[in-house]
Design a protein around this ligand. Structure first.
Ligand code: ZN
Length: 328
């Protein structure tokens, strides 16, 4: 049976395994299970840990993992892929970013609590398990994300910088890994307390991707996601073939990112899409009042690319309208 409760995988060469680790119990007393999917290649090689849906509304990551798991032929694989298809199990169930079963001091954002705490609340316990048992033994680490509710990103991968305190080799190898996924935008930087930040602390070659929107997946996005996972394994020599991707524009690196925030609330009319090239002063969006007046215009603060746009029809004071990337 799939996702049977087990302590750990067996990892026999040339096998696919899926099982679940018991993290404890939910408030209703039923088991809180963390699913794991493992591909053990027929030949020795590196260990690659892939994580998805630590934010419960980012199910494109789950689709990417399960489809790659299904399609990959382990007979032609070297090494092992250990994958968590949904790190935030409760969040996927409630279609929320955080685990809303969690009470004070949570619910926490899992991507801010690494390396977690084995005696903490559930999110911290899962983060700690990931840090010790999944990142610890891995050679390579990759974390899959989507835009949070109300936003759409031009797909990007995060790669480390010197500010992350990692070696030049880890920066170079992580950048190579990140590029292989096939996203148009390479965004150097890292988030404090993140899974990938923990991987860098442990000296791992690591990266993360962000694409699509929350709580929804289209067929092209699902195919893009599973291709991205397979690309990573090919780049690191675990599968035959070369990474494959088509880009509508050249891969580019972000130099800086501007955030455009609104002081006014109202009805948002978009004038630019994620991925659009813009010049300083170009209109990104307009704000209309309930009685039909145009009350604000949002312009590109400099030349660049629209990296993220707000997808909500109505926004409030303080909401983010867009991010505009300055390109290297
Ligand atoms: Zn996320």
């Amino acid at each position: 049976m799939q996702f049977e409760e087990k302590k750990w995988f067996e990892g026999k060469p040339g096998t696919k395994e899926s099982f679940a680790i018991r993290m404890g119990e939910m408030p209703n007393g039923l088991p809180y299970l963390l699913p794991v999917m493992v591909l053990s290649g027929s030949e020795d090689g590196p260990t690659f840990f892939v994580n998805a849906a630590m934010h419960g509304d980012e199910i494109l990551g789950t689709e990417s993992v399960r489809q790659a798991w299904k399609r990959i032929n382990v007979a032609e694989m070297k090494g092992r892929a250990v994958m968590i298809p949904m790190a935030n199990v409760a969040g996927v169930g409630t279609r929320t970013r955080r685990n809303v079963l969690e009470m004070y001091p949570g619910p926490h954002d899992m991507n801010r609590v690494f390396p977690g705490n084995p005696k903490g609340i559930m999110t911290e316990r899962i983060a700690n398990l990931i840090a010790e048992r999944f990142i610890g033994p891995a050679d390579f680490v990759f974390d899959i994300h989507c835009a949070s509710v109300g936003g759409e990103w031009l797909p990007y991968v995060h790669v480390p910088t010197e500010a992350d305190g990692v070696s030049a080799r880890v920066i170079a190898e992580s950048t190579r890994l990140g590029r292989a996924w096939g996203a148009p935008m390479i965004y150097p930087g890292n988030i404090h307390g993140s899974l990938v930040g923990e991987a860098y602390k442990q000296g791992k070659i690591a990266g993360s991707v962000e694409f699509g929107v929350a709580n929804f997946s289209t067929r092209p996005e699902r195919i893009w996601g599973r291709t991205g996972v397979i690309n990573l394994f090919q780049e690191m020599g675990m599968l035959p073939g070369e990474p494959e991707y088509e880009l509508e524009q050249e891969q580019f690196t972000v130099k800086s990112m501007s955030k455009i925030i609104t002081d006014r609330g109202g009805f948002l009319h978009e004038r630019a899409k994620a991925g659009d090239r813009v010049s300083e002063g170009d209109t990104l969006a307009l704000m209309m009042s309930l009685d039909g007046e145009e009350i604000a215009t949002f312009e590109a603060p400099h030349d660049g690319v629209v990296a993220r746009r707000n997808t909500m029809g109505v926004v409030g004071t303080g909401d983010i309208i867009a991010y505009v990337a300055e390109v290297v």
